[in-house]
Design a protein around this ligand. Structure first.
Ligand code: AMP
Length: 358
């Protein structure tokens, strides 16, 4: 069983877009392409080389399952078609969890990417089966990520990028405890630069987090953690593949332009800062890497990580896909499959799905 997207939320959004664009919206067709598990069952059957019985719901399937011969493989429909899966009401979650538990004797959870969610199929279910264990992926993720907050091989250098400080502030604060250096890139760097009094033009800034950013810089100083921020950047008038670009020191960002990638001097600085690391943890791109003109910083950091002889941990969808796209995946110690789960584990939080096992 698995969830696959969020049918209600995703369909509502897709429908709104269709209505806005004056296009027809066929709910069943939309769900069939993105949320139904039938194609996954077919894929699994091909991989296993044996039939996989697809059951169109997570409820009321006990008789169908019991009627199958021993050794059969069954795949259930997307768990999130049931409101109970994500319900805040524990009693409602338990209805689905008990039903799922009645289908088997052993529960193996290998969904690290959902491990930060306390849902019926990810955590509550464990209460109702005799034995619940983590799968091989779950084991690998926890084995690599937990030591990052307890006792990583040092020096550890953390690289944090991506769009917003707000989504990464907790992880920044947690990493400060063990890192010898923190490299900050991506859109979030501009809130930190602003905190240092740099005028950043139209670059992404979260004004309400400027004080918090200043606090992080002060804490880092007290703890002796070196902070590396961009010294130059690639700027453009807008976030557009066709836009004219310039490379400028961060102090010289035109008031009408925005920083969309780190510049060459910053690449040298960051690469140098990574050169002696025994552990590197990286989350979040250094720029708008989806557009070629602003992807060089992310590429360069991926290259620097690939050259590290110590442990390299890559987390979050964007950094992971950048590393894979560039062909460096094999050079990394671990590429996490978690976005939110990766961040929460690095924040030092206990993941509900991991806590529920046993
Ligand atoms: P996150 O999900 O927080 O890791 O953010 C990833 C997103 O950050 C990507 O879609 C990037 O395009 C975006 N991003 C990275 N650097 C910048 C920047 N300088 N300005 C605006 N967006 C950025």
């Amino acid at each position: 069983m698995s969830h696959l997207g969020d049918p209600d939320k995703d369909a509502a959004k897709a429908k709104d877009t269709a209505v806005r664009d004056g296009k027809a919206f066929d709910l069943e067709k939309y769900l069939a392409g993105k949320h139904r598990m039938q194609p996954v069952a077919e894929y699994l059957a091909a991989k296993l080389g044996k039939p996989v019985t697809f059951l169109p719901s997570c409820m009321g399937q006990k008789a169908a399952i019991e009627a199958l011969p021993a050794g059969s493989v069954v795949m259930l429909e997307n768990t999130r078609f049931h409101k109970e899966e994500t319900s805040k009401d524990e009693a409602k979650q338990e209805i689905l969890a008990r039903e799922l538990a009645s289908y088997g004797d052993l529960y193996v959870n290998d969904a690290f990417g959902s491990a930060h969610r306390a849902h019926a199929s990810t955590a509550t279910l464990a209460k109702f089966v005799k034995v619940s264990v983590g799968g091989f992926l779950m084991e690998k993720e926890v084995k690599y990520l937990e030591p990052m907050v307890t006792n990583p091989p040092k020096p550890m250098v953390a690289i944090i990028g991506g769009a917003k400080v707000s989504s990464k502030i907790a992880v920044l604060e947690s990493l400060l405890k063990n890192a010898s250096a923190l490299i900050i890139g991506g859109g979030m760097a501009y809130t930190f630069l602003k905190a240092q009094g740099v005028e950043v033009g139209k670059s992404l800034v979260e004004p309400e987090l400027v004080d918090k950013a200043r606090e992080v810089l002060e804490t880092a100083k007290k703890l002796g953690v070196k902070i590396y921020l961009p010294v130059d950047c690639v700027i453009a008038e807008n976030r557009d593949a066709e836009a004219e670009t310039k490379i400028v020191p961060v102090q010289e960002i035109n008031p009408q332009w925005m920083g969309l990638d780190i510049g060459p001097a910053t690449i040298t600085l960051f690469t140098e800062a990574l050169s002696n690391a025994k552990t590197i943890v990286w989350n979040g791109p250094m720029g708008v890497f989806e557009i070629d003109a602003f992807s060089r910083g992310t590429q360069a950091v991926a290259e620097a990580c690939a050259q590290c002889e110590g442990t390299t941990i890559i987390g979050g969808g964007d950094s992971a896909s950048a590393v894979k796209k560039l062909g460096y995946a094999k050079k990394m110690s671990h590429i996490s499959t978690g976005g939110g789960a990766f961040l929460e584990l690095l924040e030092g939080k206990t993941l509900p799905a991991v806590a529920a096992l046993g």
